[in-house]
Design a binder for this molecule. Structure first.
Ligand SMILES: [Mn+2]
Length: 380
């Protein structure tokens, strides 16, 4: 049977406040076209459909219509990722069931079964994103050191995978779909930092050799992971972050049968706009004007700051979403030190991210949550 595997849509993600809704709409339509054209028997969406757990109505419209459009080509099975709200998705489960879209928001021993028109059976063990706090009991998180907790997380994830895949059956196409990070795999860029730290990485050896295919989400770079069976990340369908090195985006077409391990083919997706960084003195940048197509640009200008420089750069590059003026002062004292004395922890963290040239609202929210948690008064 032919399967379309995609993940990490991150619908709702903006770029310096600019909406990317049109790109997301276009790329989901491109995926639905691909599913129709290739007559796939099954579509797998391995988490991070949304960029936040509280998406805008526009983001919801795009994702839900995208899922429905895919389901017109073939049955769809989806799991939440670390950016999704499992509760929001699980609330919609009964409605989506009516439309051949199965959303598995929690862990269940009952595998999802999809029978194709030709009578082939796919059995899918679904493992949505599980936080360390969920998998390793809170008490352990407080007692043990980080390395031990990582071990515990991995150990318990292995138990989860094992207990679900025990239900694999000869004669069916046995699939694991999961949202997690595998040791040795490469980050694509734009993943949420706090949840890509090594606490959450597991070894590919926890997947069983009798899985015909492991459909992963979480890392944004298209890649195969070495392991006991075919294990793949499709990557995000549009480029999400300036830090991403590969501008090409893909979906995976998987050919699987009960008799052989799956073979995959990468299919290039072209709907999203590129994210590109150009850097140099104004004289270096001028010749590049008009050569960058409709790519979103980050422009780093190596000139002393002066009034009007930003506007000049934006005139050269109308698609510039970020202009950074970065002049290495000769003999100066380097970066101006920020006066930190009167800043709140929230402001300090935002200032730190700015210094690192990172903008991630999700990360700031996570920081705020953790800070609150750490300072909450203990129960009486
Ligand atoms: Mn993701």
């Amino acid at each position: 049977m032919k399967i379309l595997h995609t993940a990490d849509w991150h619908v709702g993600k903006t770029l310096q406040g600019r909406s990317r809704a049109d790109e997301h709409e276009a790329v989901l339509a491109e995926l639905a076209d691909l599913a129709h054209r290739e007559k796939v028997a099954l579509v797998l969406v391995a988490g991070d459909l949304f960029d936040t757990t509280a998406p805008s109505p526009e983001a919801e419209r795009i994702v839900y219509r995208g899922l429905l459009a895919l389901s017109e080509a073939a049955p769809v099975v989806a799991i939440p990722g670390n950016h999704d709200s499992d509760r929001r998705l699980s609330a919609l489960t009964p409605l989506f069931d009516l439309a051949r879209v199965t959303i598995r928001a929690g862990v269940s021993r009952e595998l999802v079964e999809i029978e194709t028109r030709s009578g082939e059976l796919a059995r899918i063990a679904c493992i949505p994103w599980l936080s360390q706090r969920y998998v390793v009991k809170a008490a352990h998180l407080m007692d043990e050191d980080a390395a031990q907790n990582r071990g515990l997380y991995e150990e318990r994830m292995a138990l989860v995978v094992q207990s679900l895949t025990e239900a694999f059956r000869p004669g069916a196409v046995n699939i694991v779909m999961a949202h997690l990070a595998i040791v040795g795999a490469a980050l694509g860029g734009g993943e949420r930092t706090a949840q890509t730290i090594f606490d959450y990485w597991v070894n590919s050896t926890l997947f069983p050799a009798d899985a015909h295919y492991v459909a992963l989400g979480h890392l944004h770079k298209t890649q195969q992971v070495i392991g006991p069976c075919p294990i793949h990340y499709p990557g995000s369908p549009i480029q999400l972050d300036f830090g991403e090195t590969d501008m090409n985006r893909y979906a995976l077409l998987v050919e699987a049968s009960a008799g052989t391990p799956a073979a995959t083919e990468t299919v290039r997706l072209t709907s999203g706009r590129g994210l590109r960084t150009v850097a140099g003195k104004l004289s270096d940048l001028k010749p590049l004007s008009g050569t960058t197509g409709d790519d979103h640009l980050r422009v780093i200008v190596n000139e002393p700051a002066r009034v009007g420089l930003g506007e000049e750069v934006r005139e050269l590059f109308p698609h510039a979403v970020k202009v950074i003026i970065q002049h290495e002062a000769s003999g100066g004292d380097g970066k101006k030190q920020l006066d930190r004395t009167n800043l709140t922890p929230h402001e300090l963290f935002v200032a730190y991210l700015n210094e690192k040239d990172t903008e991630d609202e999700g990360l700031v929210t996570l920081f705020d949550e953790l800070y609150e948690e750490a300072h909450a008064s203990p129960p009486a």
